[in-house]
Every structure is written in structure tokens, then in C-alpha cells.
Design a protein. Structure first.
Ligand code: 5GP
Length: 185
């Protein structure tokens, strides 16, 4: 069986990655979305092993030292997030397409390690719309929002590094476009 494709999806805070990826996996159960490890605390409703593997800074460091991470990064200057290598490779070997939803620094590492991967940037229709979505979801206070918007500015500036830029203007249209690019249709 030929090896399946690895797709990396990057998008700024509040662009709607979570919603888009949830809709994609619901429609295409064959797509494997990698579960990242993170040092941040779970939010209400988040489950260990489902949304993330919630690990201590020490456990995270051992995973990095053992070479278990395909990539990892300090995100928003606060917590570390990384992609465990094993499950990604097992799926790809089994012919299952894999999606990584990671930050820009992580995507750049994957470009170094796995240049054959496909890189997609999910963009908001406008900067104002991004700010509106971030305030609207109400999960971050003003300080954390500012931190996330600062990261978002940098990420938007790097959109041209990606193979494709998909504008998340309408969830169904966006899911259709991503499915086509990932080869799920
Ligand atoms: P959140 O804390 O809102 O769940 O995620 C914050 C950011 O961390 C998101 O923008 C997401 O792309 C990034 N992220 C999640 N998992 C990983 C990962 O495994 N590696 C990297 N580099 N970034 C990640």
C-alpha cells in the first residue's frame, strides 16, 4: 500500500480550526487527526487522550529527549505543544491520511522533516472578523486575547509560505475545500 498523505493545517487563534476539523472528521471518519501533547491545563470539557494528552512539563521534556515528537513548539509564549510521532507514522503506514493542527513554528519543523507533506493555511475573511470571533467565544481574558492576536499577526504574515490558503468564510464550503485538498472526496 502506498503511504498516505500528511497534511499540516495552520491558522490563527479563533479562525475556526476546531469547528472545521470537527466537521471534517465527522464527515470523513477515515481521516486521522493527530492528538497533540501539551503542558497546558485542560479547559472544561476537554478529555485527556481525546483533545490532547495533558502532560507535565517534565513528561513533555522526556518525550522530546526520547525523540518521540515529530515537532514541538512553545505556543503563545506560554505552554509547549507537540505531535507524538508514533501514531502519525502508524496511520500513514496503514494508508490512513493524517491531519496535524499545529502552530506556525511546528509547521516549519514538519516542512524540514517531512517536506513531502501538504501545508494548508486557514485564514479569516478579515482581521476585524478574527477579532470579533475571538471576543465572541469568550474563553480568554483581555490579556490572553492580546497575546493570541500578537501571534495571529505573525501567522497571517507567513500565509504565503503555505501550499494553499483557505479562507474560512463559510464552514461547509471550507470543509468541502479542505476535503478536496486532503484527497478525501
Ligand atoms: P489551544 O491552547 O487553543 O488548544 O491551542 C493553541 C495553539 O496550539 C493552536 O493554535 C494550535 O495550532 C497549537 N497546537 C496544538 N497542538 C500543537 C502541536 O502538537 N504542535 C504545535 N506546534 N502546535 C500545536
Amino acid at each position: 500500500m502506498s503511504k498516505a498523505q500528511l497534511t499540516v493545517l495552520v491558522g490563527p487563534t479563533a479562525v475556526g480550526k476546531g469547528t472545521v476539523v470537527a466537521a471534517l472528521t465527522q464527515r470523513y471518519p477515515n481521516l486521522k487527526v493527530s492528538v497533540s501533547a501539551t503542558t497546558r491545563d485542560p479547559r472544561p470539557g476537554e478529555l485527556n487522550g481525546v483533545h490532547y494528552f495533558f502532560v507535565s512539563p517534565r513528561e513533555f521534556e522526556s518525550m522530546v529527549q526520547r525523540g518521540d515528537m515529530l515537532e514541538w513548539a512553545l505556543v503563545h509564549g506560554r505552554n509547549r505543544y507537540g505531535t507524538p510521532r508514533g501514531p502519525v507514522d502508524e496511520s500513514l503506514e496503514a494508508g490512513v491520511p493524517v491531519l496535524l493542527e499545529i502552530d506556525l513554528a511546528g509547521a516549519r519543523q514538519v516542512r524540514e522533516n517531512r517536506p513531502e507533506s501538504q501545508f494548508i493555511f486557514l485564514a479569516p475573511p478579515s482581521w476585524e472578523e478574527l477579532e470579533r470571533r475571538l471576543v465572541g467565544r469568550g474563553t480568554e481574558g483581555p490579556e490572553e486575547r492580546e497575546r493570541r492576536l500578537a501571534t495571529a499577526r505573525v501567522e497571517l504574515g507567513a500565509a504565503s509560505e503555505f501550499d494553499h490558503v483557505v479562507i474560512n468564510d463559510d464552514i461547509d464550503r471550507t470543509v468541502d475545500e479542505l476535503a478536496r485538498l486532503i484527497g478525501l472526496e
